[in-house]
Design a protein around this ligand. Structure first.
Ligand code: 6PG
Length: 476
């Protein structure tokens, strides 16, 4: 074989990844279940580099240099298993199969085990950046063996986005680690999007501002600490006018958010690991609430609204308060997401470098943002930092905005503007910094009704009080 890398699955993401490899000088074997997609890729983009098209899986595999490197870019789930099953009989010891789709990480663990037993490397790799990222440089999060990364890594690093010359791709960790990190990336993406949406709603309801005016505010914010891809596209979307009606585009879009499942997986895993990823959870539930048509219909006009309209008098001060509250809530969401990565890394023995994850998210991906540099710096200062929010830089930045954050959340509650992500992030902030939590009462209740025992502040051990007897305390 002559091709250095192969791509099978040539829908828009696979097609763009294949073009990216070719444009970077790699000879790319290409294959798709139906030949038309392969043929049209070569017909339309053959001049961008060297493609080696094949109609059969056997020819496709035979066209690759050994150890073979095959990128599978098909729908997560059954389609991925089907393609792997078709490929494996043609592969030989040491060959590398890369799943670049949005697989659920337990599936990746299972596939990695199965392929390892056959002498093959299986690399579950997160790829973020949508269609454009795949073509021009995505953020890439590969898992699997270090051995596979030695030959595959340099190719992936070549096609990845670069920030200050540093590729947005690095080895993440064994088996499911790459897809796990991509999953959390998507959870954070949900939180980021929900926070931006709440900020938009606050500006709309507090100021009575138009979409275009709010778009200008976001464009302005994009020149400071909030600078990021999602803020940038928000400014653009809000200023877009619908051709059919002449209205602001956002005003003619149905207000029911959908999802393909990665946010839900992140929340399910947060529950499994016992990590309070409240920002991501509220963002995921907010999408569900928006889509709850029957419930919204039942509530509309029945549940009383707030009685006092929001009349903001100092426009500039309000805009700055919303900006500070958005930044603080965003720091909470990332801090929680990095806690989740740390917990999974510990649980599964992945040894994930969180600073490196922030570094490869600086470019290419959907959550790329200026402030990710700050996260990398925080983990460089303290690789085992227990709480990103408490890092000296972030504690200072959030501390600066906390009064504004409280004003916004209080105002939203008073005037009936739903801000689940802003509010729950502030509640998390106050919870995690509290000297003493009411959890003590929960422990006492548990012991009362179920003899579940409690620990004491003044001595070691576990205890139970004879609640329905003479109320003496026993060692448990
Ligand atoms: C990316 C995105 C992408 C994701 C969808 C959004 O990193 O490029 O996260 O992987 O699948 O864009 O997913 P939802 O349909 O769940 O919102």
């Amino acid at each position: 074989g002559i091709a250095q890398i192969g791509v099978t699955g040539l829908a828009v993401m696979g097609r763009n990844l294949a073009r990216n490899f070719a444009r970077n000088g790699f000879t790319v074997a290409v294959h798709n279940r139906s030949w038309e997609k392969t043929a049209s890729l070569v017909a339309e983009h053959g001049d961008e580099g060297t493609f080696v098209p094949s109609e059969s899986v056997a020819d496709f595999v035979a066209s690759l240099e050994r150890p073979r490197k095959v990128v599978v870019m098909v729908k997560a789930g059954a389609a991925t298993d089907a393609v792997i099953d078709e490929l494996v009989p043609f592969l030989e010891e040491g060959d590398i199969v890369v799943d670049a789709g949005n697989a659920h990480f337990p599936d990746t663990v299972r596939r990695e085990n199965a392929l390892r037993a056959q002498g093959l490397h299986f690399v579950g790799s997160g790829v973020s950046g949508g269609e454009e990222g795949a073509l021009l440089g995505p953020s890439i999060m590969p898992g699997g063996t270090r051995e596979s990364y030695a030959s595959l890594g340099p190719i992936l690093e070549t096609i990845a986005a670069k920030v200050d010359g540093v590729p947005c791709c690095t080895y993440v960790g064994p088996d499911g680690a790459g897809h796990f990190v991509k999953m959390v990336h998507n959870g954070i993406e949900y939180a980021d999007m929900q926070l931006i949406a709440e900020a938009y709603d606050l500006l709309k309801q507090g100021l009575g501002a138009s979409a275009a005016e709010i778009g200008e505010i976001f464009a302005e914010w994009n020149t400071g600490d909030l600078e990021s891809f999602l803020i940038e596209i928000t400014a653009d979307v809000l200023q877009h006018v619908d051709a059919a009606t002449g209205s602001a585009f956002v005003d003619v879009v149905l207000d029911q958010a959908e999802q393909k499942g990665t946010g839900r997986w992140t929340v399910q895993n947060g529950l499994d690991l016992g990590v309070p990823i409240t920002g991501i959870a509220e963002a995921t539930f907010a999408r569900a609430l928006s889509g709850g048509v029957a419930q919204r219909e039942a509530a509309r006009g029945v549940l009383p609204a707030a009685t006092t309209p929001w009349e903001v008098t100092d426009r500039d001060a309000f805009v700055e308060d919303v900006r500070l509250a958005l930044y603080a809530s965003k720091v909470v969401a990332y801090s929680q997401g990095f806690d989740q990565i740390a917990a999974a890394s510990e649980q599964f023995g992945w040894d994930i470098d969180r600073g490196a994850m922030a570094r490869i998210w600086r470019g290419g991906c959907i959550i790329r943002a200026r402030f990710l540099n700050r996260i990398t710096e925080a983990y460089e200062r303290a690789p085992h930092l227990p709480l990103l929010l408490a890092d000296e830089y972030f504690a200072g930045a959030v501390g600066n905005g906390v009064a504004a954050w409280r004003r916004i959340v209080a105002g939203a509650a008073l005037h009936g503007v739903p801000t689940p992500a802003f509010s729950s992030s502030l509640a998390y902030y106050d919870g995690v910094r509290a000297e003493r939590l009411p959890a003590a009462l929960i422990q006492a209740q548990r012991d009362f009704f179920g003899a579940h025992t409690y620990r004491r502040t003044d001595r070691d051990g576990s205890f139970h009080t004879l609640w329905s007897g003479d109320r003496t305390e026993q060692d448990a």
